[in-house]
Design a protein. Structure first.
Length: 116
């Protein structure tokens, strides 16, 4: 079992920045992919970014050029640096981890609200 604890959400004005963190309860060396998803009210959960154990990152088109996903395998933590935030980035952001056994784990979510 892997527990994921997100932090760093909050209220920010459009154009501002936030950095989300997600700490895994045990070594992330046993975890293949770690990533971020988000869910806005009335919408389906969608991928934001995912990073492999080797550091390869895939971004959703909406995140490219504005968000940076990084991973610290020593601290068992993944980060999402979000810059140039837009109103449409408002959502609950969820951390996700996929083990080598392909089991999937989710964090509890952290709210990001972008105001005008």
């Amino acid at each position: 079992q892997v527990q994921l604890v997100e932090s760093g959400g909050g209220l920010v004005q459009a154009g501002g920045s936030l950095r989300l963190s997600c700490a895994a309860s045990r070594s992330s060396f046993t975890i293949n992919d770690m990533g971020w998803y988000r869910q806005a009210p009335g919408k389906q959960r969608e991928l934001v970014a995912v990073i492999s154990r080797s550091g390869r990152v895939n971004y959703a088109d909406s995140a490219k050029g504005r968000f940076t996903n990084s991973r610290d395998n020593v601290r068992n933590t993944v980060y999402l640096q979000m810059n140039s935030l837009k109103l449409e980035d408002t959502a609950v952001y969820y951390c996700n981890a996929v083990e080598a056994t392909f089991r999937v784990f989710w964090g509890q979510g952290t709210q990001v609200t972008v105001s005008s």
